[in-house]
Design a protein around this ligand. Sequence first.
Ligand SMILES: Nc1ncnc2c1ncn2[C@@H]1O[C@H](COP(=O)(O)OP(=O)(O)OP(=O)(O)O)[C@@H](O)[C@H]1O
Length: 188
Amino acid sequence: MSGKIVLLNGPSSSGKSTLARAVQARIGEPFWHYSIDHLLAAGILPRSRIDNGEFPWPTLRPQFFDGFHRSIAALADGGNNLIVEHIVETRDWMTRLLLLLEHHDVFFVGIHCPLVELERRERERGDRRIGEARADFEVTHTFGIYDFQIDGTAPSDSTAAAVIDAWQRRTSPSAFVRMREGLRRAAT
Ligand SMILES: Nc1ncnc2c1ncn2[C@@H]1O[C@H](COP(=O)(O)OP(=O)(O)OP(=O)(O)O)[C@@H](O)[C@H]1O
């Protein structure tokens, strides 16, 4: 049986990693915390050869993210429960996730944070490209509907407890099921 997926979506610096760690520490079942950041931190990319232009990132990026999206389904198909943190950048990515995760139990969580706070965090962190948070802020919540939404400025302990409670009480049809139905209606 496929693992269950809690998918956190929000702009850079909204607090996805912090929340994912807090959920993972409290939830009553084993969940793997999975994100692009983990792959990057593991050194998956030939970083210096991309940075020096030898390998073209604009060509490689779409296939890297497509592989990431497919890997979510693959890990869940192995029976693993996942807390996935992601920034859904485009409507195509949203559609791709809806189709790839058609047979999975997905609980879709939106993390909201005021732009002024995102930009403050971005400056303070110093390890994010300035402007990334604003670009994400303008698009990432525009592609779909959620099962649950949270305030990324609230303490992560209480937010994690609220996410777990809402996940335990989740009902059908999920946001992913409703969005897929919308896609199919639009296609007919
Ligand atoms: N609830 C919160 N209250 C105050 N600060 C927070 C909260 N959650 C996260 N932060 C701070 O915001 C910064 C970004 O947090 P985090 O790495 O969790 O964000 P993220 O959405 O995963 O970012 P990215 O997508 O860029 O990886 C960190 O400095 C973190 O300590």
